[in-house]
Structures are given as structure tokens and as C-alpha cells.
Design a protein around this ligand. Sequence first.
Ligand code: SF4
Length: 171
Amino acid sequence: MSLTHSIGYVKNDIGYGSSKSLRLSITFATEVFGGAMDYRFVRTTCPYCGCGCEMLLEVENGKLVGTYPSKTSRMNNGKLCIKGWNAHEFVHSPDRLTKPLIRKNGTLQEVSWDEAFDFTASRLAEIRDNHGPDSLSFLTSARCTNEESYLMQKLCRAGFGVNHVDHCARL
Ligand code: SF4
């Protein structure tokens, strides 16, 4: 999508408070890159909570640089809370955890997903065997789908024989 197309796509769907920032971004892109840069807006859903606000992510050369609320969304009608407004920031953060870690000899060490799953399963089984199933509880994330939450309660009840399962969106 070209810069011109991106602007046309987004101009009728940009939310409250964003016009100044949008104008600055477009001016910068046009003057510095002459419209040749890869500059686009991608419609998506906020990843933070179950409200499901719609947003437009501003992407420059494959990197997320901004978030704007969708004005045409029936859910949020041009608004986002502070978490939504900053939803693009964690994606490229150097502090973001992208690989599993296991503490070995007092320090966290990067491991494969297979090792992480094996370790988690064996520790859960060990705790259940040594202390009984009531020593375990399971909490699912608001970012999980209904199907993932269903699978978690299956694992909890059918797999470990305990009813201690909840969802953080209920807090
Ligand atoms: S913008 Fe705020 S209220 Fe909307 S989905 Fe994201 S976290 Fe939830």
C-alpha cells in the first residue's frame, strides 16, 4: 500500500486526538522519504483486555511506531484507554520476553520450548503427587480465546483433578 493509499484509507477512520500526530507523521514521511518509504496503517484489535477495542497500528518500514483508535468501531467509537494508546510500544521493546527461561543454579537460562514444556509438566505432576491436587490452581489470561480457556479448565479438572481454575478478566 502506498503512502497516498494509506492516508486515504485511514483519514475517515482515525479517532479523537490523533490528527496532529498523524499530520506530523505524514509530513515527515513525505519530506524525508518522498513517499517512497513503506508507510501503512493496519487495522487490528487491542491485545490487552477482553473489551476488544479496534485500533489502527501505524507502521513505518515494518516497525510499529504508533497506535490510533478506530472512529468507526462500534466497540470504542474513536477512543482507547491508556493501555490501548501505547499498545505498539511493547512489540519492539528490548525487555520483551520472547523465549522461555528456566532458573538453573540460581540464574535464568534460555531453553527450548520443548524443554520448558517438559519442565513445567514434570513440576506440576511432582507438586500434585507430593502435596495433592488441591495444592494447584490455574489462572488463564484475558488474552486467551474462549477455546483456550476451555482447554485450561479441561487440563485443570480432567488432567489434575482439581477445581481451582479462574480467569483474570473476572478480577
Ligand atoms: S484500549 Fe483499553 S479498554 Fe480497549 S481493549 Fe485495549 S485495554 Fe481494553
